[in-house]
Each structure stands twice: as C-alpha cells, then as structure tokens.
Design a protein around this ligand. Structure first.
Ligand SMILES: *Cc1c(COP(=O)(O)O)cnc(C)c1O
Length: 409
C-alpha cells in the first residue's frame, strides 16, 4: 500500500474506531478503573507495523476498557468531569486538521475561532480578552508573568492554601512567595495581608482545590496587580450562583480551567486579562520566521477552542447554566445526606460544589481505600484528612456514594 494512504480518511478504520468508542462508553465500567491489569503491549516496539485498525484494537483494551469512569454514578471525587460527546468529535476534527495557532497563515480560522470563544466568555469575568492555554497551571504562570512585566512587582501574595501552581509560578519568575493565613473555612484572612502591597501581585482563589473556599474577591485593592485563580469555580459565574464570585470583575487577570467545570477534554484553560492588549504585548516575543509575535508561554499549539466552541454552541448560555446548577444541586443533596447521617460529619455547606466530609472517629484515608463501587477523593484541611467529593459528574448519585462510604467504615 502506498505510504501516503494513512494520511487519507479510512472509512472502515474510522467507523471501527468510533464503534469501539461507543461500545466502551455504553459499558458501565468502574469508578476505580483497573489499576492492576498488566499493560497489553509488547515491551519492545515491534519492527513490523500492524496497521491502523489493528493498532487501535490493541490499544482499546488500555485506553477504552481500563480507565476510571468519570461518568459512573459512583464517581463523586475529583475536579475532572466526563466530557460531552460533541467534544470527542471536535477533538478528532482538530487532530485531523492539525492547525498550529502560532502561525496566522497556516491557522487563520483556528485563530479567529479562539478569539471568538474568548469574546464569548471573557466579559462574564469582567475581562476584555485573553487566550487559551493547556491548564490553569500555565494560566497562573502566564498571568503572573504579565503582572511582573507590567508592574515590576517583586512578591506574590496568596493564601496558605492557594494551588501549588501559584508558588511554582513565583519560583519560575524569581518572585518571593508570601503565604497568608486562612480562616476556619479556608478563606484568605484579609486582616493578615501585608500592609504595603504596592510591590505585590495578590492571588485570590475562587474555589480552593482542597475545600472549594472562595477568598474575599474584593480584597487587596491596593495591590500592584490582582489575579483571581478561578481554575475550578470560574464557571459558576455563568450559573445561577454567579454572586459567589462577585468581585472577580475587578481583577487584573483571571485563570479558569475549561477542562474542569466547562466539561472540556484536557488540556484546556483560559487566561483572561482586564486589558488583554497591554498584557499580551508585555508577554509577546517576535521571531524572524513569525508573521505575528508569539504571545505567552506556548509555542506550537492546537485548536483547543474547537471542542469548547462546540460545547458552548450546543448548550448555549441557558444549557451551560442548567448543567452547572444541576451539579450544584448534586453537591447540596450530598451535603444534606451527610448532615442527616450521625456517623458522618460535614466540613461546611458547599459553596462551590466541593463537598468536604468524613466518617467520625476513624482513619478516613483507610475509608477511602475501602470504598467499593464508588470513588471519593481525600483532602487535608487544617492538618486533618477528610473525604472530598467534587460535583463535576452529572451522573453522580449522592446516595450511592454515601452508602458505599458507610459500608466501608
Ligand atoms: C486545578 C487547579 C489549578 C491548576 O489547574 P490545572 O488546569 O490542573 O493546571 C490551579 N488552581 C486551582 C484552584 C485549581 O483547582
């Protein structure tokens, strides 16, 4: 067969691949995946190829049958959502066209599409633009880089429970990292902020990773720059619970992970700026072979905006709001059930869909390991281990999860 054939559509191969995907998704799977089965692949890369369809058949066992099923009713655990079907198709389209957003001439439409998606979303956060990055780790680093360039700030001030990517960004940028103590609900204690913030980038977290806490978003108005890390809870701004994020619109920059509560496949996140033109100019570097300057941290990168645009168009504002509201209702149902069980303790009413809870009087890490047919994560809050359930799975069943935890204690 001519060598170039594999670069053309293979109707049968693609139909077969799609069939494998649909069949695997229709099977219930488990909330734990299968961590112990050996990898069904030769140890040494074979000299002879087997062809595309056979390769996918081999990989199906690993890629489609073994994963932890984020859409299982017992999966009420991490910030990783199941993804809607139109993103699977859009991701395949993006792979097939393989546009490089670094180059306007080879990716004209993909660049416009990304800009349009940013135009749709940025105003909800009070921002006027930005760009897509592979995660909020990169979004936080990008925002802090722009902040350092534009303000000359020397310090990053964030709560003691801010995401590790904030300290990581400070280290990369050569900035001092100052941790501010938190209150009993894990919110930044504004009274403990340094008095002089004129040389500080203050990072406020909207939805901490451990407990879902929201820092007072109107704090630190005298800071040289205010960045809101809304990696998890940012999409709440588009829900009926938008008021939880009041004040975010006064930030200089915002990070939101689309692969969390916008239900996107990884890797997809937004870094947004109040003045994107100025921020982008501060983090742009030209190169002789580039028609347009390279903005931000990424070099070659693909069309993550395509699955996001498909989702936003498919659902509209109303559909997205309804889905986030429904996840919030699941978190509230879970919290209500926990509060009604004498053996269980609720850390606090969930504000951002993150439910922190535990079985009273036992080692909760061991409880988590013993849960069968469901999956919760663990988190450390005030030096104690708690269970954590994040409402990112529309299929999650709060009662199934509580019953499984009670059975495991
Ligand atoms: C998840 C998270 C991050 C990091 O985002 P990634 O998309 O995983 O890189 C940063 N901050 C907070 C609060 C998060 O929850």
């Amino acid at each position: 067969m001519p060598l170039e054939t594999d670069f053309d559509p293979d109707d049968e191969g693609l139909a077969h691949a799609l069939r494998l995907l649909i069949d695997a998704k229709r099977e219930p799977g488990t909330p734990h995946g299968d961590p112990v089965a050996p990898l069904d692949l030769p140890e040494r890369w074979p000299d002879a190829g087997v062809g595309g369809s056979a390769a996918l058949d081999v990989l199906a066992a690993t890629a489609l049958r073994r994963p932890t099923r984020l859409d299982h009713p017992g999966f009420f655990a991490h910030m990783d959502p199941p993804t809607p079907w139109m993103t699977w198709a859009a991701t395949a389209w993006a792979a097939a066209m393989n546009q490089n957003l670094l180059h306007p001439d080879s990716a004209p439409a993909a660049r416009l599409l990304e800009r349009r998606v940013i135009e749709w979303l940025a105003p909800s956060f009070g921002m006027d633009g930005g760009h897509l990055v592979p995660g909020s780790t990169v979004a936080n680093l990008t925002a802090l880089w722009a902040a350092r360039e534009l303000t000359g700030a020397r310090r990053v001030v964030a709560s003691a429970v801010s995401h590790l990517s904030v300290a990581k960004a400070a280290a990369i940028l050569g900035l001092e990292y100052v941790a501010v103590p938190v209150d009993e609900r894990e919110r930044m204690r504004v009274d403990a902020l340094p008095d002089d913030l004129s040389d500080a980038i203050v990072v406020l977290t909207a939805g901490t990773t451990a407990a879902g806490a929201v820092d007072p978003l109107d704090a630190a108005s005298t800071a040289a720059w205010r960045h809101v890390d809304a990696a998890w809870a940012g999409p709440l701004r588009l829900s009926s619970h938008a008021a939880v994020l009041d004040g975010i619109e006064r930030a200089d920059s915002v990070a939101v992970s689309a692969h969390k509560w916008f239900y996107q496949p990884k890797e997809s996140a937004l870094v947004l700026f109040a003045d994107a033109e100025r921020a982008h100019a501060a983090i742009s570097i030209g190169g002789g072979y580039l028609v347009a300057p390279n903005v931000g941290l990424l070099g070659s990168h693909g069309a993550a905006a395509l699955p996001l645009a498909a989702t936003l168009l498919a659902w509209g504002r109303d559909g997205l709001r309804a889905r986030i509201d429904a996840d919030m209702a699941l978190a509230e149902r879970l919290a209500a059930r926990i509060a009604a069980e004498p053996a269980l303790e609720l850390f606090a009413p969930p504000e951002t869909g993150v439910v922190v809870w535990r079985v009273r009087g036992v080692d909760n890490a061991a409880v988590r390991d013993g849960v069968d047919g469901a999956w919760v994560s663990t988190t450390t809050v005030h030096d104690e281990v708690w269970l954590r359930s994040v409402a990112a799975n529309p299929h999650a069943d709060p009662d199934l999860v509580v019953d499984a935890v009670l059975a495991a204690r």
